[in-house]
Write a protein that binds this ligand. Structure first.
Ligand SMILES: Cc1ncc(COP(=O)(O)O)c(C=O)c1O
Length: 474
């Protein structure tokens, strides 16, 4: 990482007390928050001192402290690389305690899925049954999906400002499967695959299980840093990148247009296949709809994966890949034993649902806006020390807890009647233990009750920490 980038990430790090301690604290926070990925080579003492206009001794003392703590590795003179001390690498959950506040089933805040529009779904199933006869003589069940559905998906892109034809769409069993097929086609063993940090955990699991190596690029308070992405592309030349520019899961960020342009250019220059997950793109709650990332490049610059899981229902198991017809043919050829493509009946149901797409989306947005505001309000009342930016869309709030207790809170919460995922689940290296993802997919009353329970659980976690601190100090 260049001195200039490091200086920008460190920001205004000076604080009361010795400067070397403040510098070490700023570095530590960047590493544990995942903004400075583990394994990054940081500037030499001399170069950083010149960049920050401070004495070299200050940098030497800060690096030496970080090395002692385990946040830096490597010998002086041979380059220093960011690292995580063993204790931080896998955040240690607290043992669950037996203080059950509620006998009910815990409120599940781990899942970011919406319930199906029941009446419409039932109608779509009936209508699909009426059409299935059109297909029963077709014995060449293909692997890219029925044309009617591919056309409906393509038309939706065209309406969103990205002209698309049916031959550029391949139907999959979900966005997740689309990502898996792209990884299998492009990534070789141990190839670096660039990802946002934080990011969608299943995307990381797919990279690990399909032999790639996730290469995290940290998102800052404002989202993506195009210069950082550009330099990672130039230096590491990732085989693929998996980014989520619209209503990012979990942070809610939306990538500005100029950054989209810069990212597409950087990926093209490094020969990186840019894969954009648009699963959440249509869940805009305030402000303008994001322009599809593929509008910022040529026909083969961006591959998009999408899904009906968040607008309609996850149980449909229906997603797609938007790519050039030749790439689609290669992806379809990868579908082998155990994956003969999507069921025609399921695709007919999805095709029928497209007729009511706008109406369902309008309802979804209204419901999610109400729920987001309810959750945000309840958190501000009960847990004012937690901070977050109200997202413009998507399904989740990304909370800064102000202290690294997310995994302890996640372990403690079920005893108080609520289940949450720790922030480190969304990181490559077990960082982000100061964050928590809270979906707003439950009804408003449930969300308020969940926040009450979380506040009690948080109180128990922090009381436990204070007691332990006092014991250690005694
Ligand atoms: C960002 C993102 N991508 C993909 C998925 C999975 O989509 P699908 O159900 O279509 O595989 C999810 C589901 O939570 C998600 O949040």
């Amino acid at each position: 990482m260049s001195a200039d980038q490091t200086g920008r990430l460190l920001g205004d790090w000076l604080a009361d007390g010795p400067a070397y301690l403040a510098l070490a604290t700023a570095f530590r926070a960047l590493i544990t928050d995942g903004r400075l990925p583990v394994g990054t080579r940081i500037p030499s003492e001399r170069v950083l001192a010149a960049q920050c206009r401070i004495g070299r001794n200050t940098v030497t003392a800060a690096y030496s402290l970080l090395r002692t703590e385990g946040y830096l590795e490597g010998r002086r003179g041979a380059g220093s690389f960011t690292a995580l001390p063993p204790g931080v690498h896998r955040p240690q959950p607290a043992a669950p305690v037996a203080v059950s506040r509620s006998a009910d089933t815990p409120i599940d805040l781990t899942i970011a899925q919406v319930p199906a529009p029941q009446a419409l779904l039932a109608q779509a199933v009936r209508d699909a049954a009426g059409h299935v006869g059109d297909y029963t003589n077709d014995l060449t069940h293909d692997r890219i999906g029925i044309r009617e559905l591919r056309q409906a998906i393509a038309d939706r892109y065209t309406e969103r400002g990205l002209p698309t034809c049916a031959d550029e769409i391949m139907v999959t069993t979900g966005a997740y499967q689309g990502w898996g097929l792209l990884l299998r086609l492009v990534a070789q063993r141990f190839d670096p695959v660039m990802v946002d940090s934080p990011t969608y955990p299943d995307a990381l699991d797919a990279i690990r299980s399909l032999a790639g190596r996730p290469l995290p690029v940290g998102l800052g308070p404002e989202g993506w840093d195009p210069e950082l992405i550009g330099s990672v592309c130039r230096q590491a030349r990732p085989a693929l990148a998996y980014l989520m520019p619209d209503h990012h899961n979990p942070t809610g960020h939306v990538m500005p247009d100029d950054v989209r342009r810069a990212v597409v250019t950087a990926a093209r220059a490094s020969g990186t296949l840019l894969v954009v997950d648009e699963t959440l793109s249509e869940l805009t709650l305030d402000g303008p709809e994001p322009t599809p990332m593929a509008c910022f490049g040529g026909r083969s610059d961006v591959v998009t994966i999408g899904s009906l899981s968040k607008v309609f229902w996850g149980g449909l198991n229906l997603g797609w890949i938007r790519a050039t017809p030749s790439l689609i043919n290669r992806l379809a050829a990868l579908r082998g034993p155990g994956d003969a493509g999507n069921s025609v009946v399921n695709q007919l149901i999805a095709r029928r649902l497209y007729e009511d797409y706008d109406a369902v989306l309008r309802e979804r947005r209204q419901m999610l806006t109400l729920q987001r505001d309810e959750l945000a309000g309840a958190l501000r009342r009960r847990l004012p020390e937690w901070t977050f930016t109200r997202p413009r869309g998507g399904l989740c709030l990304w909370i800064d807890l102000g202290q690294r207790v997310s995994s302890r809170l996640a372990a403690m919460a079920p005893a108080f009647g609520v289940e949450v995922l720790t922030g480190s689940k969304f990181a490559v290296e077990g960082t982000l233990d100061g964050h928590l993802r809270l979906p707003f997919v439950q009804p408003p009353g449930t969300l308020t009750e969940a926040v009450d329970r979380l506040a009690d659980a948080f109180g128990a976690v922090t009381a436990h920490r204070t007691r332990r601190g006092a014991l250690l100090a005694a």
